[in-house]
Design a protein around this ligand. Sequence first.
Ligand code: SF4
Length: 239
Amino acid sequence: MRVSKKAILAELQRVYPDAGPELNFSNPYETLVAVMLSAQCTDKQVNKVTPALFAKYPTVEAMAAASVEEVYPMVRSCGFKTKASNIVEACRIILHRHGGQVPGDMAALTALPGVGQKTANVVLANAFGVPTIAVDTHVFRVSNRLGLANAKNVEATEEQLKKAIPQKDWVAAHHWLIFHGRRVCHSQRPACAACTLQGMCKAYDTAQKTGTAVLSPKAKKETASAAAAAKKPGKAAEA
Ligand code: SF4
């Protein structure tokens, strides 16, 4: 099956012309806090807690002066207490090291507690307009299924996507892939029958040829482990 990456990207753009951030924020400080809260949590849930949070702590200075005990009850529905302590600590560092301004570079962002490369990429793209491709679970899954990447981890996926996609489209492509992952190409049960990219999709093509379903990354791992175990001496004899 030969499909150009350009054709896949053009179809994603056609289907999701208005794709963009689904978190609500209005400045770099709010972007950073919202993205930190969104790790292992839905954007919808984050959007429920941030209006009250940003009303009470509208600036880096206000958050830096807060105690974790005050902040945690307000963000509890988004996850562990560590998130609250990371946010407060990150704001204290931003206040003291960066004059209260969220830094706009990767090294300074990833030096903050609770901020990894993916979070930093999202902040850089959305708050500073820096061209990046943040690879979250949706971008990883969908880009590898479609064949835009062929990688086993997020770092390699990011590198391959940067090569496959023109830099001017990096931020938009990140949103196209997230929208497709949330709306159609679900992890467990991708809606291939309703997918307009079906005829261009490497995973769908493979599934058709092998007579299997498109597998979730977890199911793929389990199938690979089972196949490896079956090949081990002794197992083969049992079979
Ligand atoms: S055909 Fe299926 S696996 Fe491929 S992108 Fe569409 S929904 Fe995902």
